[in-house]
Ligand binder design. Structure first.
Ligand SMILES: [Zn+2]
Length: 300
């Protein structure tokens, strides 16, 4: 844990963009930078891009200043091997991302799952503030989760706490890159819903187009959207039954779908093991910024 006089650099490595933030010791934002993630150029290009962002941010500080570095990644680092697991930016899978970057930067860095970073930020400064046990969900291109207890990330002995996105809920479902079938991520992420739509109807529609079509009452999009809401209810209802959190915070692009908080919550109540479920399921409060702030706070 960095001391009180230490600035913090946070990097949120996403599938499409990578964002950096520099916070002064009081937590004020000194610098922000956002650039496209060079996903198509492969692992080495991503490493170089992240290292450059860290150096850019550090260069804003007076020479000799102390700072921590934390990075949120789509996936998690295996506690034993140090290799990245289950990243939807699949070129990271099996790579020693943390040790490679530490060697390039000549220092130690903290690396956590992006959903952990999101949950930490929302728990300390966003929608989850004031709740004891918060489950944070990112529903975007992929789907991930994180658990915070009293403002701290729960990691677990295998560093997989909250890895809800890869719970298999349908053995007949589509194959997931993690090796299972019918993972939560294949059901309620943007890419999962789009893929299911293509398989069911032989037609390629984006998640936005599916939602818009459902709202217009079009048959196919409406059927896909109802399946999505039902899957959301079953997946989240089951999760709440296990964890009974004080609050759930939803983030990622799909969390802006208002129906999740009305019709979606009816399904959650239907599937959860309590007829009068009162768990607050809240929309994120920090927007896109949660990941990068959380990353800054997990820095070492
Ligand atoms: Zn999976």
């Amino acid at each position: 844990m960095p001391g009180a006089d230490v600035s913090r650099i946070g990097i949120d490595l996403g599938g499409t963009k990578t964002e950096a933030v520099l916070l002064d010791p009081a937590g004020l934002v000194l610098f922000r930078e956002r650039r496209a993630t060079p996903l198509a150029d492969g692992y080495d290009a991503i490493l170089a891009s992240v290292a450059e962002l860290v150096r850019h941010a550090a260069a804003q500080l007076p020479v000799g200043s102390r700072y921590s570095v934390g990075i949120g990644i789509p996936g998690s680092v295996d506690g034993e091997t140090g290799l990245v697991r289950n990243a939807n930016s699949v070129c990271l899978i099996g790579e020693p991302f943390q040790s490679d970057l530490e060697r390039m930067l000549g220092r130690r860095i903290g690396v956590r799952n992006d959903a952990d970073c999101f949950t930490l930020a929302e728990c300390r400064a966003g929608a989850g503030k004031g709740y004891g046990l918060v489950f944070g969900v990112i529903m975007g291109t992929g789907c991930g989760g994180g658990i915070c207890i009293e403002g701290e990330v729960r990691e677990g002995p295998h560093r997989i706490s909250g890895e809800w996105g890869h719970v298999s809920v349908d053995p007949a479902g589509t194959a997931c890159y993690c090796g299972n079938r019918g993972c939560v991520e294949t059901k309620i992420s943007g890419s999962g819903v789009e893929n299911s739509y293509l398989l069911s109807f032989g037609e390629k529609l984006s998640m936005e187009e599916i939602v818009a079509g459902a709202r217009r009452g079009e048959e196919r999009p409406l059927a896909a959207f109802n399946t999505f809401l039902d899957d959301f209810g079953r997946c989240l209802g089951g999760l709440i039954s296990i964890l009974d959190p004080d609050a759930v915070v939803l983030g990622g692009g799909l969390s802006n779908i208002e129906e999740l908080y009305s019709a979606g919550m009816e399904r959650v109540r239907r599937y959860a093991f309590h007829n009068d479920l009162r768990t607050p399921v809240l929309k994120h409060a920090l927007g896109d910024s949660a990941g990068v702030f959380g990353a800054a706070w997990i820095g070492i």
